[in-house]
Design a binder for this molecule. Structure first.
Ligand code: ATP
Length: 230
């Protein structure tokens, strides 16, 4: 279980973006989070992925309270998460070709010997082809780069996936392919998912449960979303 308990977080302690927000994702569950732009969805996603230290509250991952954040988080907790952001060009090192980009977490954790095998599995799983692997980010489309970023997020076989507007800038067919790749991975591994976005139709179709902060933003823990457009 991934538990966010009474999280207060932001960028200025005097004016937090989130106040006392709680959210739980069960093992193998897919939870969607909707809310207006700027309400703090990405901030909560970053707290959930151990990338942003909250001012107050607790994150508990599979029963273990989180005590360190970012590089100070224990490796076993950090590598339990795969994260995909909205802007692949901001998330991807422009100097790496796609093969090195996808494999980078394996190299960073001393698992170089798995690179070949994981690339062979992941490249077709996310809908890439081998000829793209020697290209650098500026030589591929946004959709191709986001596919590589998803492969990188999956390369360490995380138990938790955090997708922050993963498909916001993509066309319908790339969106469908990336969601299908996430769902295949979850079916095979039992990983849980927190998917943040604006697209109510997509999230309510994709996720087991979708929460909605509504127009007022995160004054409180988000409520279950209405299922529309399905
Ligand atoms: N690094 C930062 N430094 C200072 N303020 C920030 C930073 N990142 C985000 N904010 C502010 O925190 C608030 C919440 O931002 P956040 O990105 O979490 O919202 P969001 O709901 O994900 O928005 P969107 O849907 O537009 O992506 C906004 O007012 C934003 O301007």
């Amino acid at each position: 279980m991934l538990e966010l308990k009474e999280i207060t977080a932001g960028y200025d302690r005097r004016a937090p973006v989130l106040r006392d927000v709680s959210l739980t994702v069960g093992k193998g569950e897919a939870v969607g989070l909707l809310g207006p732009s700027g309400c703090g969805k990405s901030t909560l996603a970053r707290v959930a992925a151990l990338l942003h230290r909250p001012d107050a509250g607790a994150v508990v991952v599979d029963g273990e309270p989180v005590r360190g954040w970012r590089h100070a988080a224990p490796r076993a907790q950090r590598t339990a998460f795969g994260v995909v952001f909205q802007q692949p060009r901001q998330a991807a090192d422009p100097r790496l070709d796609l093969a090195d980009l996808i494999a980078e977490p394996l190299r960073a954790t001393g698992r170089r010997d798995e690179v070949r095998e994981r690339l062979a599995e992941l490249v077709p799983a996310v809908g890439l082809t081998d000829d793209l692997l020697t290209r650098r980010p500026h030589e591929v489309s946004d959709g191709q780069l986001q596919r590589a970023c998803l492969a990188r997020a999956l390369v360490l076989r995380p138990r938790w996936l955090i997708c922050d507007e993963m498909t916001a800038m993509l066309d319908a067919s790339t969106t469908a392919a990336l969601v299908a790749a996430v769902e295949t991975y979850r079916r095979d591994t039992g990983a849980g998912l927190l998917a943040v976005g604006h697209d109510r139709t997509l999230l309510t179709r994709w996720c087991d449960r979708t929460l909605d902060w509504g127009e007022r933003g995160p004054e409180q823990t988000p409520a279950p979303a209405r299922r529309t457009g399905v």
